[in-house]
Design a protein around this ligand. Structure first.
Ligand SMILES: C[C@](O)(CO)[C@H](O)COP(=O)(O)OP(=O)(O)OC[C@H]1O[C@@H](n2ccc(N)nc2=O)[C@H](O)[C@@H]1O
Ligand SMILES: Nc1ncnc2c1ncn2[C@@H]1O[C@H](COP(=O)(O)OP(=O)(O)OP(=O)(O)O)[C@@H](O)[C@H]1O
Length: 284
């Protein structure tokens, strides 16, 4: 009989703000951000084997298996598992690729946390976050699983709690390369550091937004439309943007009005990742 697939959530995040404070010698950027976890994302399924085989059941279009962060995360964890450990991994993709909502990074974190349990590796979340950081700057936030302020390249995390808000997340049909934004000469890199204790959404911004609005008119147009309804901003390096609402019904109303050329969803901001709840991890 075929083994049952065990499914786990892989939540999305928003960068409620993103300030670029400088640049490290290796080209990576020193940033400050507030990573807001959402109750919406992909689902990742697992069937463990003892045949030393790691594979992905169905490929993501345009992403070769060996470049898929899901595959790369499993390979990175394998040295810590028993010799013949393997798995088949299923991906139920809902999050847009390259949206700035962390889809690939979150998928990698789900694989690290779940296989750590299923393979019995017994690594703590700090060790898993270290492995994750080598896969992407956004992986550690999903490994630790708390909404958090971030510094460094995004890996120095200060968990926080945010008031319950509803987010309409909308994405134009364009792909934006994170690398292209971070290597642009037009990216501002000198925002002074803020004190997280005095954070207010209205007093922050996303340093990538003006540049992306110039290079991708679709993002500028979407933001212009959305801001009529609620405070709106771009997340990460785009292409997704979000609008903030106090009530779900208001976010739903605007989602229904969203022009057909955009995709969108409504999600609640949460302080603890749904994955950590599913795995019975109360704190990281
Ligand atoms: C900007 C954010 O989206 C904020 O959440 C992330 O920090 C990006 O995280 P990510 O997609 O996991 O990024 P990575 O895959 O590590 O890096 C993609 C590219 O972004 C640039 N990059 C990323 C993070 C950072 N702090 N500085 C950078 O300059 C690097 O050029 C790198 O080649
Ligand atoms: N499992 C995966 N899911 C999504 N993208 C993946 C995955 N594995 C590799 N990738 C590659 O990573 C790229 C960035 O994907 P991702 O969805 O993480 O971007 P993002 O939302 O901009 O992330 P971030 O907010 O962390 O910058 C994709 O365009 C794709 O080529």
């Amino acid at each position: 009989m075929a083994e049952k697939i065990k499914w786990y959530p892989s939540p999305a995040k928003l960068n409620l703000f993103l300030h670029i404070n400088g640049r490290y010698e290796n080209g990576y950027h020193q940033l400050q951000s507030l990573f807001q976890l959402l109750d919406y994302g992909d689902d990742i399924g697992f069937v463990v084997n003892h045949k030393n085989e790691i594979n992905i059941a169905e490929q993501i279009s345009g992403v070769p298996e060996h470049e898929n962060l899901v595959y790369r995360a499993a390979i990175a964890l394998k040295p810590f598992a028993a010799e013949k450990s393997g798995c088949t991994i299923y991906i139920n993709k809902r999050l847009p690729l390259g949206g700035g909502i962390g889809g690939g990074s979150s998928n990698a974190a789900t694989v690290l946390l779940v296989l750590n349990q299923l393979w019995g590796c017994n690594l703590d979340t700090f060790a898993l976050a270290d492995i994750g950081l080598a896969l992407g700057a956004d992986v550690p936030i999903f490994v630790h699983g708390n909404t958090a302020f971030a510094e460094g390249v995004g890996e120095v995390l200060l968990p926080t709690t945010t008031p319950e808000k509803w987010y309409l997340v909308a994405t134009p049909n364009v792909a934006i390369s994170t690398k292209a934004i971070f290597t642009s000469v037009d990216l501002p890199r000198n925002t002074p550091k803020i004190d997280f204790k005095t954070y207010r959404f209205e007093e922050t911004h996303n340093d990538c937004q003006t540049l992306v609005e110039k290079t991708h008119k679709e993002v500028a147009n979407l933001l212009q439309w959305l801001v009529h309804y609620a405070p709106s901003r771009m997340t990460g390096t785009g292409a997704s943007v979000f609008a903030v609402f106090d009530a779900k019904e208001n976010a739903d109303k605007v989602l229904h009005l969203l022009p057909e050329c955009y995709t969108g969803f409504v999600a609640k901001g949460v302080n603890l990742s749904g994955l950590h709840i599913a795995l019975g991890m109360q704190h990281s």
